[in-house]
Design a protein around this ligand. Structure first.
Ligand code: SER
Ligand code: ZN
Length: 496
């Protein structure tokens, strides 16, 4: 990498008088940075600006500029009573090589990026000291590399490796349960897109699924309930990385600027007169979003443990959250009750030593196996996939490492989508070990132990969709194990 810049130190008054001193100083300054690959290649005085040109092959030239601030300040201060008031880069060019040639144009904020073959030339102008000190430059280099790498990954399939597959189960039907439930009046498309209204028949099935998850999986393994807010402040997603990758999937929450009746008078007047929602007035009355609706429950659980030290006797922490409703803006991908903008999920979260979590993962898999095999009698499989925390932070995964940290997807065959071999199975559940990633960003400490964490997503709509797609809507066809939890659907409402 080569970096070159023209920077300037703004002095408290004209530096003309110090020309000689600077001339003497430059060789010493160069000596102090030469081992780092940097060199002052030129300088000039322009009234109260000391302009300086630095070229470097190792240390970034702007770091040299910041480093030289203090010796220059000392030398000029002592003799000439000049102080450095401001440091900035006027013109900065960084050239570096990529591993692969880009496949398209790459642009990033703050810089002009030109790429010829594998050589990148990144030019920036007028950078404040704050900009230079805050590591933006390195992040921009990283971003260029990331964008080029992404162009090469685009179109590649998500990582997927089969781990285990159940026996085939007899096929009972191949209808889409959502369509059938709509016909029967068990379901209604929700009042806004990607949401559903579940009448008692479906609600009872989802509640039975919840009961099974609690009684057959979580309670036997000692999980305890916590209750969190549906609103996730944006700085939590800054930490988890969600804002780097999925800001377009979040439902944002805006607070009213005030709740005073008189401040909203123009709005209420319009409602009274027009009987319409005066949407144009929202700009005036709402704050910019400071939070969003829950996307998954675990980030707030980590936040609740932020900067805390966990007593050894509490390990492994085993908690679950089942009340916050998750929202994801799905756009084109919606389908039935299984791909929605709003869903109900139980999310167990576990924190402990690596070996505690590996043991817990086996026990969870065993309890889940019991539910899907013995109670729901599903045709299902487990696959090692791109870890959810990497895909939700926009990172690429190629199956690296041993299968310790990462995500296991549980998938069910959906007969209505086609045959077992060629159709897409439904991911109805996942189970992850996250390693230290969230523990570190939320600064959670163990009394003695080094902590890891993990979570599992139990999607009630997904469990229900998988079950009904395989076992029909007729309780006669339901396995005995499930019938013990729900023998018949409630009477519901009859529509005329
Ligand atoms: N947090 C995990 C996910 O988003 C489990 O729900 O997939
Ligand atoms: Zn999670």
């Amino acid at each position: 990498m080569k970096t070159e810049l023209w920077g300037s130190y703004k002095l408290s008054s004209s530096a003309e008088c110090a020309k000689k001193e600077i001339e003497k100083l430059v060789p010493d300054l160069n000596q102090s940075i030469s081992s780092l690959g940097a060199e002052i290649k030129g300088w000039k005085i322009d009234k109260n600006l000391l302009r300086i040109r630095i070229i470097s092959t190792r240390l970034r030239a702007h770091e040299a500029l910041l480093r030289l601030r203090s010796p220059i300040g000392k030398a000029l201060g002592k003799e000439y009573h000049l102080g450095i008031r401001e440091t900035r880069v006027d013109d900065y060019t960084l050239t570096f090589s990529l591993e692969k040639e880009p496949l398209g144009v790459v642009s990033i904020p703050f810089a002009n990026v030109q790429i010829k073959g594998k050589e990148v030339r990144m030019s920036l102008k007028q950078l404040s000291r704050e900009f230079l000190e805050k590591n933006y430059i390195d992040r921009m280099i990283k971003l260029v590399r990331e964008k080029v790498a992404k162009q090469h990954y685009k179109g590649k399939k998500e990582y997927w490796e089969l781990m285990w597959q159940s026996k085939q189960k007899s096929e009972r039907w191949n209808k889409d349960p959502t369509e059938e439930m709509l016909k029967l009046g068990w379901l209604k498309q929700g009042p806004t897109k990607g949401k559903w209204f579940f009448y008692p028949q479906v609600a009872s099935i989802m509640s039975a699924m919840e009961k099974i998850a609690l009684e057959e999986v979580l309670e036997p393994l000692g999980f305890e309930e916590v209750i969190e807010s549906h609103h996730v402040p944006l700085d939590i997603w800054l930490k988890t990385g969600h804002l780097k990758s999925i800001p377009g999937e979040i439902y944002y929450v805006s607070e009213p600027l005030t709740r005073k009746e008189q401040d909203w008078e123009d709005f209420t007047d319009m409602v009274k007169i027009t009987h319409k929602v005066p949407e144009e007035l929202f700009k005036k009355h709402l704050d910019t979003p400071k939070s969003g609706v829950c996307y998954a429950q675990c980030p707030i659980i980590y936040w609740s443990l932020q900067n805390r030290t966990i007593a050894e006797e509490s390990l492994p922490i085993r908690v679950f959250e089942k009340r916050a409703v998750s929202n994801r803006y799905e756009s084109g991908g919606r389908h039935g009750i299984e791909r929605v903008d709003e869903f109900h999920r139980i999310e167990p979260v576990y924190i402990g030593t690596k070996s505690q979590l590996l043991e817990l993962r086996e026990r969870l898999i065993e309890r889940y196996r019991h539910v899907f095999e013995d109670l729901l009698e599903l045709e299902w499989r487990r696959a090692w996939v791109t870890p959810f925390y990497m895909s939700q932070a926009g990172e690429v995964y190629e199956g690296e490492g041993e299968k310790v940290e990462g995500t296991i997807d549980f998938e069910a065959w959906m007969p209505y989508r086609g045959d077992r071999e060629n159709s897409e199975w439904l991911e109805f559940q996942n189970l992850s070990i996250v390693g230290e990633r969230y523990i570190k960003v939320f600064n959670i400490k163990g009394q003695k132990s080094r902590l890891w964490s993990g979570c599992s997503g139990i999607g009630l709509e997904r469990w229900t969709a998988a079950f009904l797609a395989q076992k029909t809507l007729d309780p006669e066809n339901w396995p005995e194990g499930f019938k013990e939890c729900l023998s018949k659907a409630p009477r519901g409402i009859k529509f005329l």
